[in-house]
Design a binder for this molecule. Structure first.
Ligand code: AMP
Ligand code: ZN
Length: 113
C-alpha cells in the first residue's frame, strides 16, 4: 500500500468507489469521469506504478481476466470494446497505479489521439 496513491486508498476502502467486480488480486470500479457509456478501471490490489514496472505475470493475468469479465458482465463482447493502459507522460498516464481502462457502449476511432 502506497498511502499517497489514490487507487491504493480505493483498494483499502478509505475513499469511495463504485466497485463492479473483483478477484483475489484485482479490483474493478467505475471511472469518475467516464469517456464512454461503460468506463471501468481495473487495477491490481498491490501498488504497481504502471505496466512499465509490472513484474508479476500472474497478477497481470488476474487484472486482464477481470477486465474481460467486466466487459462480459456489461454485455460488450457482441459489439466490441476497447481496453487501454496509459504509461508515463507520453502515454497520458495521470494516476501512478497501473490500471486498465475498459471502454464500451460506443464506437472508438483509430489511431488514438
Ligand atoms: P490515466 O489518465 O490513464 O492515468 O487514467 C486515470 C483515470 O482515473 C481517469 O480516467 C480518471 O477519470 C480516473 N480517476 C481519477 N480519480 C478517480 C477516482 N477517485 N475514482 C475513479 N476514477 C478516478
Ligand atoms: Zn497505488
Amino acid at each position: 500500500m502506497n498511502d499517497a496513491c489514490i487507487f491504493c486508498r480505493i483498494v483499502a476502502g478509505s475513499i469511495p468507489a463504485t466497485v463492479v467486480a473483483s478477484n483475489e488480486q484485482a479490483l474493478a470500479f467505475k471511472d469518475l469521469h467516464p469517456q464512454a457509456p461503460v468506463h471501468v478501471l481495473v487495477i491490481p490490489r498491490r501498488h504497481v506504478a504502471s505496466l512499465a514496472t509490472a513484474d508479476d505475470p500472474a497478477e497481470l493475468g488476474a487484472v486482464m481476466a477481470l477486465a474481460a469479465q467486466v466487459a462480459r458482465d456489461a454485455g460488450l463482447p457482441a459489439s466490441g470494446y476497447r481496453v487501454v493502459t496509459n504509461i508515463g507522460n507520453d502515454g497520458g498516464q495521470t494516476v501512478g497505479h497501473l490500471h486498465l481502462h475498459v471502454l464500451g457502449g460506443r464506437a472508438f476511432s483509430w489511431p488514438p489521439g
